[in-house]
Design a protein around this ligand. Structure first.
Ligand code: 6PG
Length: 234
């Protein structure tokens, strides 16, 4: 059973500072140990304050490669594009920010195969993966439902998959590409950052459900061998 530690904060700003500090330490350790760091960062809104603080860190950014842990299948520059948000923050620091969706396409399964090919040149396992969680228990873009089985139980060699969530999430009603469960759970470090009681409740329920959880986050957490920190602000 994965060792899970909750880190609770009075507010999101306090959490952002702690998350930024932890990610900085992980990046520094990866560079010390292997000369570079390849990290996957969650999309969505919760982690943005932490990313802005992290970008201020004195790091050897040219040795850091950042990919979005999942991506909406939209053109670069679209407000829904996760890599666009990450590029705005980290490209000016000299980091390599790598899109995982080559171009917007209606064929989301082809986009998933392209993403998988795009990521073959990265060193694996990832040095770090930051996950967000939705109130339906999704993480990255592994959503409950039919795609879940492929993303969660998909072929081990796949690092990315195209998914069409059903129903489409209201905040980003588009097809997506996501890191596979395998790519996530084999990372050298996995961390979660969430806010609000609803997400805390769904994660705690998912952890209790264990490896057969109805929630993707439960299945991912059950399969990660390393200790996981869950940062939470009310
Ligand atoms: C995405 C994310 C997704 C996100 C959760 C939480 O592209 O939407 O990667 O998994 O982390 O939906 O999003 P918020 O932080 O915006 O609530």
């Amino acid at each position: 059973m994965t060792e899970i530690e909750w880190w609770d904060y009075d507010d999101a700003d306090e959490m952002a500072a702690a998350v930024a500090g932890d990610i900085q330490f992980i990046i520094e350790s990866a560079i010390d140990a292997r000369g570079s760091a390849v990290i996957a960062l969650a999309g969505g809104n919760t982690p943005l304050p932490a990313y802005k603080l992290l970008a201020e860190a004195k790091l050897d950014w040219k040795k850091v490669t950042i990919i979005p842990g999942d991506e909406r299948i939209v053109p670069l520059g679209d407000p829904l594009s996760n890599v666009t948000a990450l590029a705005k923050i980290f490209l000016p620091k000299g980091a390599r920010v790598k899109p995982i969706v080559p171009e917007a396409t209606k064929d989301y399964k082809a986009a998933g195969r392209s993403a998988d090919a795009l990521m073959q040149d990265l060193h694996w396992p990832l040095d770090f993966c930051l996950l967000g969680v939705g109130t339906d228990g999704h993480t990255a873009s592994i959503f409950p439902g039919p795609d879940y089985e492929e993303a969660v139980a998909g072929p081990k060699e796949r690092r990315a998959l195209g998914v069409m969530p059903d129903p489409l999430p209201p905040e980003a009603p588009v097809a997506r590409v996501t890191l596979s469960r395998e790519a996530i759970v084999t990372a050298r470090a996995v961390m979660i950052a969430v806010t609000g009681q609803a997400k805390r409740d769904i994660i705690e329920k998912a952890i209790k459900q264990g490896p057969l959880s109805e929630y993707p986050i439960g299945r991912v957490l059950a399969d990660v061998e390393l200790p996981i920190d869950i940062h939470w602000a009310a």
